[in-house]
Design a binder for this molecule. Structure first.
Ligand code: G3H
Length: 195
């Protein structure tokens, strides 16, 4: 069985400020995570010549991958974070205050709610299809460095979790979720590299 390692990017500047979306760099804590992740991947995939590192096209995932050496890196637009459209760059407080109807409709149905000029979780799930097909096809391990909403969807696929749960699954920062696909089903391990 070959592992798939799922992780969010290291903490970003926008994570610190509580802003959604954007394309900021990673914080100091995020950089520390990037180093720990590289160390972990180096050990875990030492003899895995054909392994690869997949990121989104956003800086925070590319920077998180940068200390990892010795494996090819592939950028996927399909791994980019959910597009928050007109709310990109806002905090949840600002959305609640300035766009209360949007805030309420998202709360009511987070799976189907589509940000104006942006995406819904269902949109994200749909655009992940080619990534999932490619992940299934790979024989070698893959490290996927992406974003919370996207990883909720990917995780739910492998862990066989129902659609309606997807927007609420916990995918903490600075934690690796290792999925092993074997004949007897899917096994999962978590490695929390930082507090
Ligand atoms: O920036 C967006 C978040 O990673 C997704 O979180 O769907 O719970 O608002 P949310």
């Amino acid at each position: 069985p070959r592992p798939i390692l799922l992780t969010r990017h290291g903490e970003s500047q926008d994570n610190v400020r509580g802003r959604i979306g954007g394309d900021t760099a990673i914080s100091e804590a995020g950089q520390l995570y990037a180093k720990k992740l590289a160390n972990f991947v180096g050990k875990r995939l030492k003899s895995e010549r054909a392994a690869s590192i997949w990121t989104s096209t956003l800086q925070r995932t590319i920077l998180t991958a940068s200390p990892i050496v010795g494996f090819p890196k592939i950028q996927w637009r399909a791994l980019d974070e959910i597009n928050a459209g007109v709310c990109d760059g806002m905090t949840y407080e600002e959305i609640k205050k300035n766009m209360p109807e949007e805030y309420e409709s998202r709360k009511k149905d987070k799976l189907r709610y589509r940000y104006p000029r942006g995406e819904s979780y269902l949109d994200v799930i749909q655009r992940l299809e080619p990534v999932i097909i490619e992940l299934e096809r790979q024989r070698a391990p893959v490290v996927v460095i992406s974003h919370q909403a996207v990883l909720r969807a990917l995780y739910a696929y492998f862990a066989d979790r129902p659609l309606k749960e997807i927007p609420h699954i916990e995918v903490p920062l600075h934690t690796i979720i290792e999925i092993q696909m074997g004949v007897t089903g899917v096994q999962e391990k978590r490695y929390k590299l930082m507090d």
